[in-house]
Design a protein around this ligand. Structure first.
Ligand code: NAD
Length: 481
C-alpha cells in the first residue's frame, strides 16, 4: 500500500491527524493507496511555511525563478513514464492519453510560465502634455491557494501553480482527493529540483475539510479554483465578501456545431473524439452535437457507428481508447443521468449501460459510450453537465435555430464549429456563448491565449498573460517631471 504524504515546507509529511482516506484505482475498483485526510492544522502549517518562503521567493530575480521552474519541468519529463502510469492508474484514463497529452502538457506548463517570468513586462504610458509617465508595478500577491479537479490532475494543477510561482507568489495547492498520485510525484520532483522550502506546499484531502481550510484562511491572498459550478458558487460565497481575488473555471455543456458544408470526415471523427476523449470527462468535451438537418441522418448513423467501435478496455494497455470513469460515485451519477434521459423519452442510439470487463477489471467503473437523440432544449439531459461518455445529437434548421439551442443553457465554456463558409464561421463564433471557440478543430490551443468560460462556466480567465496578471497586484505610479 502506498501512503501519500503532504508536501509542506519542503518536506513530505503525514497529516497532523494521522487519518487517511482510501484511494481507489478506477480500472479495478480496488483501493491502492492512502491519502492524507488533511484539515485546518495541515493548512495552518502550509500557510506558515509559505509565508516564511515568500519574502525571499518574491524578491528573487526572474532568471532564478525561471531556472528552478525549468528544473521542475525537466524533472517531470525525466520521469515521464512513471507520471503517465500514475495518472492512468489514478484516473482510469487510457495510458496513451496520459503519455501524449497530460504529462507533456504539465511539462509545457512549467516551461511556458518559467519563460513567461523572464519575458513579462508591465505597462508604461507617456503623457507628453504634462509631461508625465504612468507605469504599472505588478507585485506578487503573497500566499495563494490553488484547488484543482480530478479529470486532468497534473495538467490542471500545474496550469495554476506554475504562473503563481513564476510571478513570485508562494502556494498552497490542493489536488483532488480522487486523484492525488501525480501531485505526490510532483512534490518529489520539486525536492529533487531544489525548489526552496515552502514555495509550493501540497495539502491532500477532501474539499470540505482541506479545500475549505485554504479558502477560509485569513492570510490567503487569492484563490484559483477549477471544478464544478456548485463548488465554485460556494467558494465565491466565501471569497466575495472578503474581496479576495478569485478565479473560477467551472463546468460546461459544450456544443459541437456541424453545418452541411463541413469537411465531413474531419467533422465526424473529431466530433466523436470531442465527445468521448477521457470518457467524456474533459470540461471542453463537446457533449451536445447539433447537425444541420440536411445531413443529420447520415451524420447520426456514422457518428453512432464510430461510437460503437469505442469499446471500454484496460486503461493500462497501449491500444485502449476508452478507459474507466474516475470513481464509483461518478459512475453512478452518469448512469443516473442516462436513466433521466430515458424518462425524458430520449432515444438511446448506442450504449446506455455499464460495460462489464472480466478478471481484475470486473470491479472497474466502465461505461459504454452513449449517444442519445430526440431530446428538446428543456430536457435535463440537454441542460445539465453530465461529464461522462454521454452525448446528445440534435438537428437544426437555420443559424437562428442553432444559436437558440446552442446558447439555451446556463453554461458557456467552449464550442466547436464545422463549416467551410468563412463568413458564417466568424459570425457564429461571435454569436455563440462560449469563452473558447474552435473552427474546424477541437482542443487546439496556444498557451498564450486566455482560457475560461462565460455564464455559469466561470469567472476570470487563465492562461498566458491573463494568469500572470491574476497572480499579481497592479499598482499604477504616475510621475510628473
Ligand atoms: P469539484 O468541484 O467536486 O472539486 C474540485 C476541487 O474542489 C477538488 O479538489 C475538491 O476537493 C475541491 N473542493 C470541493 N469542495 C470544496 C470546498 N467546499 N472548498 C474548497 N475546495 C473544495 O469538481 P470535480 O468533480 O473534481 O471536477 C469536475 C468538474 O470540474 C466538472 O464540473 C468539470 O466541468 C469541471 N472542470 C472545469 C474545467 C475548466 O477549466 N472550466 C476544467 C476541468 C474540470
Amino acid at each position: 500500500m502506498i501512503y501519500i504524504e503532504n508536501y509542506i515546507g519542503g518536506k513530505l509529511s503525514p497529516p497532523a491527524s494521522s487519518n487517511y482516506l482510501d484511494n481507489y484505482e478506477p480500472a479495478t475498483g480496488k483501493v491502492y493507496s492512502q491519502i492524507p485526510d488533511s484539515g485546518d492544522a495541515d493548512v495552518s502549517q502550509a500557510m506558515a511555511a509559505a509565508a516564511r518562503a515568500y519574502p525571499s521567493w518574491s524578491e528573487q530575480s526572474h532568471a532564478h525563478r525561471h531556472d528552478v521552474m525549468m528544473r521542475i519541468a525537466d524533472g517531470i519529463a525525466a520521469r515521464h513514464e512513471e507520471f503517465s502510469q500514475a495518472e492512468s492508474r489514478d484516473t482510469g484514463k487510457p495510458i496513451s492519453l496520459a503519455r501524449h497529452i497530460d504529462i507533456p502538457r504539465a511539462v509545457a506548463n512549467f516551461k511556458f510560465f518559467a519563460t513567461a517570468a523572464i519575458h513579462y513586462a508591465s505597462e508604461s504610458h507617456y503623457m507628453p502634455e504634462q509631461p508625465a509617465i504612468n507605469y504599472t508595478l505588478r507585485r506578487p500577491l503573497g500566499v495563494v491557494g490553488c484547488i484543482s479537479p480530478w479529470n486532468l490532475p497534473l495538467y490542471l494543477l500545474t496550469w495554476k501553480i506554475a504562473p503563481a510561482m513564476a510571478t513570485g507568489n508562494t502556494v498552497i495547492a490542493k489536488p483532488s482527493e480522487v486523484t492525488p498520485m501525480t501531485a505526490y510525484l510532483l512534490a518529489q520532483v520539486c525536492q529533487e529540483a531544489g525548489l526552496p522550502d515552502g514555495v509550493l506546499n501540497i495539502v491532500h484531502g477532501t474539499g470540505p475539510r482541506a479545500g475549505e481550510a485554504i479558502v477560509t484562511h485569513p492570510d490567503i491572498k487569492a484563490i484559483s479554483f477549477t471544478g464544478g459550478t456548485a463548488t465554485g458558487a460556494h467558494i465565491a460565497s466565501i471569497t466575495a465578501p472578503r474581496f479576495l481575488k478569485t478565479s473560477l473555471e467551472l463546468g460546461g455543456k459544450n456544443p459541437t456545431i456541424v453545418f452541411s458544408d463541413c469537411d465531413y470526415e474531419d467533422a465526424l471523427s473529431t466530433s466523436v473524439r470531442a465527445a468521448f476523449a477521457n470518457q467524456g470527462q474533459i470540461c471542453l468535451c463537446g457533449s451536445r452535437v447539433y447537425v444541420e438537418r440536411s445531413i443529420y441522418n447520415q451524420f447520426r448513423d456514422d457518428f453512432v457507428a464510430k461510437a460503437r467501435k469505442l469499446i471500454p478496455a484496460d486503461p493500462s494497455l497501449d491500444s485502449t481508447r476508452i478507459g474507466s470513469l474516475v470513481s464509483a460515485q461518478h459512475h453512478a451519477k452518469v448512469l443516473q443521468h442516462i436513466a433521466v434521459a430515458r424518462e425524458e423519452d430520449g432515444k438511446i442510439l448506442c450504449g446506455g449501460d455499464e460495460a462489464k470487463l472480466s478478471g481484475d477489471l470486473a470491479g472497474g467503473y466502465y461505461l459504454q459510450p452513449t449517444v442519445i437523440e430526440d431530446l428538446g432544449l428543456d430536457c435535463r439531459t440537454i441542460q445539465e453537465e453530465i461529464f461522462g461518455p454521454v452525448v446528445t445529437l440534435t438537428p437544426f434548421d437555420s443559424e437562428e435555430d442553432l444559436l437558440a439551442q446552442a446558447n439555451g443553457v446556463r453554461y458557456g465554456l467552449s464550442a466547436s464549429i464545422w463549416t467551410s463558409d468563412l463568413k458564417r464561421a466568424h459570425r457564429v463564433a461571435a454569436a455563440v456563448d462560449a469563452g473558447i471557440v474552435w473552427i474546424n478543430c477541437w482542443l487546439l490551443r496556444d498557451l498564450r491565449t486566455p482560457f475560461g468560460g462565460m455564464k455559469d462556466s466561470g469567472m476570470g480567465r487563465e492562461g498566458g498573460w491573463e494568469a500572470m496578471r491574476f497572480f499579481t497586484e497592479p499598482k499604477n505610479v504616475c510621475i510628473k517631471y
